[in-house]
Design a protein around this ligand. Sequence first.
Ligand code: FES
Length: 85
Amino acid sequence: MIVCSCNVLSDGDVKACLKPGPDCPRTPAQVYRCLGCSPDCGRCARTIRAIMDRALIDAGVEPIASCRRGCCPAALEKAAAEPRL
Ligand code: FES
C-alpha cells in the first residue's frame, strides 16, 4: 500500500528500512533519508510513525513515547489499557 504519494513509498518500503541496530531510523525524517528521499507535503509522517511504532511493538520493544496527542496506535493501545476513573 502506498503511504507516501509524494515519494511513492509503500508500507513495505518503510518496513524494509527498519532493521534492528544503531542505524535503524528513529524518526520519520530518518526513514525518508534512509529511502533516499525527503518529505514534501508531510501528510504521511503520521502514518510512517505509526508503521514504525507497530514494527517496534511487533519486535517486543516499547515505542518511543514521542506522541503526546493520543493519535498514534501505541498511544491508543496504552490509553485503552489504562483504567478509567
Ligand atoms: S505524502 Fe509523503 S511527503 Fe507528501
